[in-house]
Every structure is written in structure tokens, then in C-alpha cells.
Design a protein around this ligand. Structure first.
Ligand SMILES: [Zn+2]
Length: 422
């Protein structure tokens, strides 16, 4: 029977070159199937390195044997086996010694974790868990470790050369909690995320940046919140403050949805809408909020019904669509149209639109700047939707840091490849 040299075995399993491998054992897997165990150890000179800084430490004591799950060998589970010493580092105290094949405090090899992380941004967690044969609760922490490493490789570079950024607060866990997301518009990627929202959180972002990094920022987009203005004023006064186009449209769709709810409640109160009957106003929600050009035939019919039966709701709808069209006009024409729209909405007598009319009048110049900036609203919205979808996928990640890691892996422009693929 031919034997495989240690060098060949290392190459077959894509193990780091600076380790010693010994003869594998083949046995029964308690979970079913076959398990291959490969005893390994770092080179003698690397056995006493601190897991935190990699410097040589003083031998402290020996712990028992540990096993690290590596990528499967065919259908067999593959484990690396080693009894790492603990070492005392001058700076970090006593730690389990560094091993070249795995991250600190992980029961998986680097290659295994990289594959789990790659899969997590492409497949639901249940699929990742089934394919990789790991507990679904372990998926989030793996994503976190891989994202942290990739971020560290990028260093401060992630924040270098930022020119135009966007800030948004996003709800998660069905709207109960908030997090703040900062996007690099030029590269279309997330650069920073943090739990919570408001001025205190946005300040933390600016405090992470160096003076030079702050100075390079020319444009900051976001919704109309005052905390954005005050942070921009304090940390990068040279930057132009611009409203996101999709936020302006969402003000109008929110107002319209309030009108629809009011009209519907009123109809129920006066008995016009019978309980249990299919309610045409309630059913028209999506038709009303959608862009006119994207409507299906059925949705058009619903709107026609509303046009014929409910003047208030119809006028509110027309106001929303009109505002959306104005945002597509050249800046100077838009200014005239915005002021006219603002007056019309403010005096419409439709409650949420009177307030919105005043707001649009007040922020007219900001909106004109948005149009003039030439930032593609469609692109900004696409990045925003990608983030929101990823957050939805990550709902099951109990730990917020793991959820943030998932978003960074998917939308953060990190260099995440499959192990062995360059
Ligand atoms: Zn150390």
C-alpha cells in the first residue's frame, strides 16, 4: 500500500506550510459517517507564540488535546488535532498559544471559516448550517471573526479618500431596534455600522476618522434630520449637506399612507366599508405607494376606482407623483416647481400634506442641491435596499455584532473569496 508523504498531505489539505503533520487516523464519526483526524503541530520555533500579538511568550502550562474542524475530505469530516500549550506574554498575560491554522478561540480552521463566511453572504443560514454541518448558532460568530480579520487587513484604508458619504438609520428586529449605517457613495459600499441612532452615534463615526480623512469628505447625504446637520457642521464643515432623493420621495409616500389610513378609518366609521368585505381602499395600498410607471393592470384599475370615489385620497396620490416627477427635472426648473408644489400642498387641506408642503418649502434649496449633485438616486437606493435585505436575512443572528459582520461581508467591499480560489 502506497503511503503519502507529509508534504503531499499538507498540500492535499491546503494546510499552512509552517506546521508538522503526522499520520492521519480514520474512524467512525459519532454524528454518522467517517472522520479523519490529522495530528499536527506548529514548527518548534512557533509553539510558544502569544495568540494576541504573535510574539514569543514563556511556557506556562499544557492544556488537553483540541480538535479543529477543517474542510471536509470528500464526505468525511476532517479534524486537525493538537494539544496547545498556554504561554505567558509580557503584554497579554497567559493565553493559549497561537496556531497557524486557526483564529484565536475558534474550533474551526481559517479555510473552514472562510468558506462558511462566503456561503453566508450567498445562502440562507439554514443552508450554510446543513452544507457545512455546523450548528446554526456558530455561523454568526464565524462571520464576525472573518469580517474582523478582513477589516483589519484593510486597516484605516477603508476610510481613506472618502468623498461622498451617506448616513441612514435602519430598523431591525421588526422595527424595535435601530442601527446607523454609513455608506461610501463613490465605491457603493458600507464603511461603518453601529447600534443605535442619532447624534451620539454619528459622532462616533467621525471620531473614528483621522483629521485628513474627515477633510477629504465633500458631500454628506441623509434624510432631513438635524443631528446630521450638526455633526457635519462640527466635524467636516467643508462638506455639502445633501438630502437623499429617495428620502424626499419617502416623505411623500409616508404622508400618502397616512391619508389612506385616515380615509379608510373614516369609511369604516361611517359604515361605508362593510366589515369583512374586500376593501378597495385597503387593497390599494401598494398601488398608491408604487411609482406610477411600475403599476400592473390590476393596480391601475384600483387607482381608477379611487379616482372616481375618493377625491381626497386621489389628490394626495397626485401630489406624491408630482413631487417624484419634479425631482427628475433640471435644478432650476425644479426650484420653481418645488415652490409651487409646496404652496399647493400646504393649502391642500389634506392634513399630512399641509405639513409636508411647509417642509418642502423650507428645504427647497437642499432639494435643489440634491438634484444638482448628480448623485444617482437609483444607485443610492439600490445600495440601501441591499443593506436592508441583508439585515432581514440576518434577523436570526441574535448578536448585533454578528449581524453587522454579515452586512460588512456582503456590502462592505471586503475581499471575501472562497479558500483556494484567487
Ligand atoms: Zn501578546
Amino acid at each position: 500500500m502506497p503511503t503519502i508523504s507529509a508534504g503531499a498531505l499538507k498540500r492535499m489539505l491546503s494546510l499552512p506550510s509552517n506546521i508538522v503533520v503526522r499520520k492521519p487516523r480514520i474512524g467512525e464519526d459519532p454524528h454518522g459517517g467517517t472522520v479523519v483526524t490529522v495530528p499536527v503541530r506548529p514548527y518548534a520555533n512557533d509553539m510558544d507564540r502569544c495568540a494576541k500579538c504573535g510574539r514569543h511568550g514563556r511556557p506556562y502550562d499544557w492544556l488537553g488535546t483540541r480538535r479543529w474542524r477543517h474542510l471536509d475530505l470528500g464526505c468525511a469530516r476532517l479534524l486537525l488535532e493538537y494539544a496547545p500549550p498556554r504561554v505567558a506574554c509580557r503584554e497579554h498575560g497567559v493565553t493559549v498559544a497561537m496556531v497557524p491554522w486557526a483564529r484565536r478561540k475558534s474550533a474551526y480552521t481559517r479555510d473552514f471559516e472562510q468558506q462558511v463566511a462566503w456561503l453566508s453572504v450567498h445562502a440562507p443560514r439554514s443552508a450554510v448550517s446543513a452544507l457545512m454541518r455546523i450548528d446554526w448558532k456558530s455561523v454568526g460568530p464565524v462571520c464576525k471573526r472573518v469580517a474582523d480579520d478582513l477589516r483589519a487587513e484593510q486597516g484605516g484604508g477603508l476610510f481613506d479618500g472618502l468623498r461622498s458619504i451617506g448616513v441612514d438609520e435602519t430598523s431591525y428586529r421588526k422595527g424595535h431596534r435601530y442601527m446607523t449605517v454609513v455608506v461610501d457613495h463613490d465605491r457603493g459600499r458600507v464603511v461603518w455600522m453601529h447600534e443605535g441612532h442619532g447624534e451620539g452615534v454619528f459622532r462616533l463615526f467621525f471620531e473614528t476618522l483621522t483629521e485628513a480623512q474627515r477633510a477629504s469628505i465633500r458631500v454628506v447625504t441623509g434624510d432631513g434630520a438635524r443631528w446630521i446637520d450638526s455633526c457635519v457642521g462640527e466635524f467636516c464643515p467643508q462638506a455639502e449637506r445633501i438630502l437623499d432623493g429617495f428620502h424626499i420621495v419617502s416623505w411623500a409616500t409616508d404622508a400618502l399612507d397616512k391619508v389612506r389610513t385616515m380615509v379608510w378609518r373614516e369609511a369604516r366609521r361611517t359604515g361605508e366599508a362593510r366589515k369583512g368585505a374586500k376593501d378597495p381602499i385597503k387593497g390599494a395600498r401598494w398601488a398608491l405607494l408604487k411609482n406610477e410607471s411600475d403599476l400592473t393592470a390590476g393596480q391601475k384599475a384600483r387607482l381608477e376606482y379611487i379616482a372616481g370615489t375618493n377625491g381626497t385620497l386621489w389628490r394626495a396620490y397626485k401630489l406624491k407623483e408630482e413631487l417624484r416627477m419634479i425631482l427628475r427635472q433640471p435644478a432650476d426648473e425644479a426650484r420653481v416647481l418645488l415652490l409651487r408644489w409646496s404652496g399647493k400642498a400646504a393649502s391642500s387641506g389634506i392634513d399630512p400634506f399641509t405639513g409636508l408642503g411647509e417642509k418642502i418649502g423650507r428645504r427647497c434649496e437642499d432639494i435643489v442641491r440634491t438634484i444638482r449633485s448628480g448623485l444617482s438616486n437609483a444607485r443610492l437606493e439600490a445600495v440601501n435596499n441591499k443593506i436592508k435585505t441583508t439585515i432581514k436575512i440576518g434577523y436570526g443572528y441574535r448578536n448585533l455584532d454578528n449581524l453587522i459582520a454579515l452586512v460588512m461581508l456582503k456590502c462592505g467591499g471586503l475581499d471575501l473569496t472562497l479558500p483556494g480560489h484567487q
